[in-house]
Design a protein around this ligand. Structure first.
Ligand code: GRF
Length: 225
């Protein structure tokens, strides 16, 4: 991390409500960091408008302009390097990343996934939770490693599944939890409470053995050993 305020790049593909929660937390002083830029792989992603309206540099790099995932990732590396980000936050970024990107920013990329990982990596997480008859659902913030949705989990937002829920209203309830947990993880990073060593996530210097969680308005810190 640089000696000045840490710099964050946020990667989106669409709505950008998590990006917005992160921007708001920075602006409110809850997170002591600067948003260096917001990058989208889709032109016209609604989140870009919000970022631009808040004087945050925006970038669009369309994956469809590149012949391979690797070429797209290399273009993102080059564009993002110019903004000197300390951390890269995937926030609804709907592209699978290759080692070209993941190795370039190793240990500095985080993602939010709408399930209680390791349950339901991939897509349609809420529908899958409902079909499994789960009584709780949620979202996870994790370090990004080479395997999709599989890096160590730092914090989870947990909600109850309610009678009559469908995927849409469950997603909306989980999204509320997402907006709490992503800023919290970034706050821990900026405070030095959370650090990364290779693929290890350390909380106050010790390995996280169980993610923290937000549930019923209460934050439980990660367990360590
Ligand atoms: C969120 O549910 C996030 O967990 C998932 O994609 C969705 C993005 O929503 N990765 P938004 O663009 O942040 O509103």
């Amino acid at each position: 991390m640089s000696a000045t305020r840490p710099r964050i790049a946020i990667l989106i593909s669409g709505r950008g409500s998590n990006m917005r929660a992160l921007v708001e937390a920075c602006r409110a002083g809850d997170i002591n960091a600067d948003i260096a830029c917001v990058l989208s792989n889709k032109a016209g992603a609604p989140g870009l408008d919000y970022a631009a309206a808040h004087d945050i540099p925006t970038l669009t790099i369309s994956h469809s302009d590149y012949p391979s995932r690797e070429a797209f990732d290399a273009a993102m590396n080059q564009a993002l390097d110019a903004y000197r980000p300390d951390w890269l936050l995937l926030a609804g970024f709907m592209r699978i990343l290759t080692p070209v990107f993941i190795d370039h920013f190793a240990g500095r990329i985080f993602n939010i996934h709408p399930s209680l990982l390791p349950l339901y990596p991939g897509l349609n997480t809420h529908q899958r939770a409902l079909e499994a008859g789960d009584t709780r659902a949620g979202a996870s913030v994790h370090l990004v490693t080479a395997e999709l949705d599989s890096g160590p989990v730092i914090l989870q937002g947990v909600v109850d599944v309610c009678e009559g829920d469908d995927a849409e209203n469950l997603a909306a309830r989980v999204l509320g939890a997402e907006h709490l947990i992503y800023p919290q993880v970034v706050k821990w990073l900026t405070q030095g409470e959370l650090s990364i060593d290779g693929q290890r996530c350390l909380f106050r210097g010790s390995d996280i053995i169980k993610p923290g969680r937000w549930y019923n308005g209460r934050l439980t810190e990660p367990e360590t050993h």
